[in-house]
Design a protein around this ligand. Sequence first.
Ligand SMILES: Nc1nc2c(ncn2[C@@H]2O[C@H](COP(=O)(O)OP(=O)(O)OP(=O)(O)O)[C@@H](O)[C@H]2O)c(=O)[nH]1
Ligand SMILES: [Mg+2]
Length: 324
Amino acid sequence: MSDLEHENEHTADGPMRCGFVAVIGSPNAGKSTLTNALVGEKVTIVTHKVQTTRFAVRGVAIAGPTQIVLVDTPGVFAPRSRLDKAMVNAAWNGADDADAIVHVIDAGARVRLEQGEAKSGDRRMVEDDERVIEGLKTAGKQAILALNKIDLISRDYLLKLSQELFELGCYSDVFMISAKRGYGTDQLKSDLAERMPTGVWHYPEDQVADLPSRILAAEITREKVYLRLHEELPYASMVETEEWKRLRDGSIRVSQTIIIERDSQKPIVIGKGGSALKAIGEASRLELEEVMGCKVHLFLNVKVDPKWMNRRSHYTNVGLDFDA
Ligand SMILES: Nc1nc2c(ncn2[C@@H]2O[C@H](COP(=O)(O)OP(=O)(O)OP(=O)(O)O)[C@@H](O)[C@H]2O)c(=O)[nH]1
Ligand SMILES: [Mg+2]
């Protein structure tokens, strides 16, 4: 069938639609949690730490005759390092190419600040929200506001907050959601579906993600590094999959390296008697087995590379612009 015939394809529920939705916002606002909730499966990693997502990750949601390609992006913040710049650049690039933009705001952080009960990071979160709002205004773009984490705040505050934000003029709609609990996410999904242009689906109907296995596996291990290790270490580390081999018995052999910047970080990653590395490996292997649906043999190494953040291949491999 030619593309033209595809364009006009109808299903019993109406014309086929497909489009891209960029999910943008401050670090830790819940963008990845929302992406996973809309897809209905975990396609992008989530942690309680800021700057978890480092590059654009696609997840595919289906709503009747519509395929919604969600683009989970890194948070928008004041970049310092080369990696920061590439991440923020990737966030705005996602918004540039999208048919719709969802701006995720952590309602909890705003309310805590207003009530004088701010937790560490809340102030920065709100400053970064402003950065996104400024960016939307400068680009002349309208977004859909997803006021997230409503499970943490009272309804009175929520209505006031949504009104205040709506009056800024850069949002076409406001949805109050809890991405983590799934409140309001179905309504948001239906609304997004209606905004998608008619056209052929970009992905087969059973495909929910499109990261290559090696990168997906590296992300899963990186999530475990973030969850397990404290201090600044997670931000100073990355994970690379070196070997990915299907064995004759159907299992997969995966070798990965956790790359850190300094020798002094090595004992932290390895832990007493190797305990930290073992726990990271165990957690990652279990998830990999679930995702791959087979036995996985995972081997983790730790390598010190003070210059990893300045190596071009680490950026280009995941679609980041090294020169951003
Ligand atoms: N209580 C509550 N927590 C949430 C909700 N949505 C997300 N979170 C939590 O917020 C934290 C950050 O979630 P992420 O989805 O990783 O946030 P993100 O915006 O993708 O963050 P970065 O990738 O770092 O930019 C995690 O601990 C989530 O469990 C929510 O609706 N309610
Ligand atoms: Mg994220």
